[in-house]
Structure formats: C-alpha cells, structure tokens
Design a protein around this ligand. Structure first.
Ligand code: URA
Length: 259
C-alpha cells in the first residue's frame, strides 16, 4: 500500500512527465513551422496545469479498514469513541464510557458495559457493582486511582442493562484492544462472562474459565465473576477471593494474613 508521501511523489513525477511531453510537442510544432531551430531549443514557456489529471490517474490511497483506530493515541481513541455511531447503542446512550485509570497499571479490569450510573456520568464502574469492585481491589492492596485502569467491552449502555448483542460487541471490540495496547497493563482481569468471551473468543462459562491464567497478546489474563453477579449470588464470593489472591501472587503483592 502506497503512503501519502509515495502518492505525492508519483503525482509530481507524472506532472513533470506531462510537462516535458507538452514542451516536446510545442517545440516540434515550432520547429515544423520554422519558428526555431532544433539546436536552439528553449524550455517550454508555459504548459497547462496537469494536476487535476494526475490526481485522477493516481488517486489518494483508501485507508485500510480499522486503521484510524490502529494508529491512534489515547486522546484520539477517546474522541473516536465519543462520536462513535458504529452500532445502535449510540441512539440511546447519554454518554459514552471510555474507561479511566493509570497507564502501565498493575491490572486492567475489563467489564461488560456501562449501566445506568456509568451512562449518566461517563465513568466506568461507579455504581454499586463498581463500589464492590473497589473493595475487591483493596482486598489485595490495590487502589483504582494508583494501580488500575478500568474499561468495558462496549462503551455505550445497552438499554435495560441487557447483554450487549454480538453485533454491538463486534462493533466495539477494536476500541478495547487498542486501549490495552496503549495502557500496557501488567495483567488483565476480565470480570464476567461477556468480557471473558470477548477477550478469549470462547463460549465457556466463567466457572470453567476462572482460576487460571490465560494470555491476551502476551499479557496474563485472569477471569472471575462479575461484581453484580456476586452481589446476587454470595456463593461466588469465595472463588472471587481465590482469584484475587491468585492475581496478588502474580503481581508479587503480599497476601494479608500470610507471611
Ligand atoms: N458493569 C460493567 O460491566 N461495567 C460498568 O462500567 C458498570 C457495571
């Protein structure tokens, strides 16, 4: 694929070729008319502007699909998300919820999608589930402000907090993938089925996926239950605690109560 500079150079060369050709024909006509002798040829005085023709013959390269996301900075990505209309969720959102936190954090938490509180504020995990998530992080000595980056698979709230549809997730997935590349976390924590399925491209349940490390793009990735699910199902508390301890061990964080 030619770059913009390649295209500009090609156009310049073609312009000069047309210019030279014009000069040759002009000069040939003048020689034939006996106006000048061939050994006293002078440069062509003025040829037409060939640039519309060369632009037509050498068009601008089309950007490859997804390239606007692939090459962009965090600020540019945030801007793209804020004006995104790639799926139907844009019609009902109040705010996009891009994600927030520190760069190169100990953990990047990936949730499902904004709920009502997140939609209202534009910030991830600020409702009840978010406050519970903060406690999970605190249980292994991590704080959202210092050690984490938090984002979701879909950046707009699905109405009535329904699961994001496959086409909505497909439309949004490039954003979180670019975010991970830019954030450069030490580890990824997928909370809930939707995040795990999207990041690991599987349909296995959380019960099967949790408790062991996977890798996403060489980054260790752990799956656990979603805080909203744990609030509804207290029997998930123990496995979540085990998963958080596993994360702490990986991050070399001393586990409370153990020497
Ligand atoms: N649940 C999620 O998955 N993400 C949020 O941001 C809030 C609740």
């Amino acid at each position: 694929m030619s770059t913009k500079e390649d295209i500009a150079i090609q156009r310049q060369a073609l312009n000069r070729t047309f210019d030279d050709l014009w000069g040759c024909f002009d000069m040939a006509e003048r020689v034939l008319n006996g106006e000048v002798l061939p050994d006293r040829l002078i440069p062509n005085a003025g040829s037409p502007d060939f640039s519309p023709l060369t632009e037509l013959l050498i068009p601008e390269p089309l950007p490859p699909a997804g390239s606007e996301i692939d090459g962009c900075s965090m600020e540019q990505l945030k801007k793209l998300v804020s004006s995104c209309t790639k799926c139907g969720l844009c019609a009902t959102r109040k705010n996009t919820v891009f994600g927030e936190g520190v760069m190169m954090p100990k953990v990047m938490v990936i949730g499902e999608g904004p709920g009502a509180d997140e939609d209202a504020t534009g910030r991830p995990f600020v409702g009840r589930a978010g406050q519970y998530l903060d406690k999970w992080l605190a249980s292994i000595g991590l704080s959202r402000d210092r050690d984490a980056y938090i984002a979701n698979i879909v950046k707009c709230r699905p109405p009535q907090n329904r699961d994001p549809a496959p086409d909505e997730m497909a439309a949004c997935i490039a954003y979180i993938k670019r975010q991970i590349l830019l954030v450069k976390p030490q580890s990824l924590l997928c909370i809930g089925r939707i995040a795990a399925h999207a990041m690991l491209d599987t349909t296995d349940g959380v019960g099967k996926l949790r408790g062991r490390f996977f890798k996403y793009d060489s980054i260790p990735l752990l799956v656990t239950y979603h805080p909203a699910g744990v609030l509804r199902n207290p029997e998930y508390r123990r496995p979540v605690w085990d998963d958080m301890q596993k994360l702490a061990r990986f991050l070399n964080i001393p586990i409370p109560g153990r020497s």
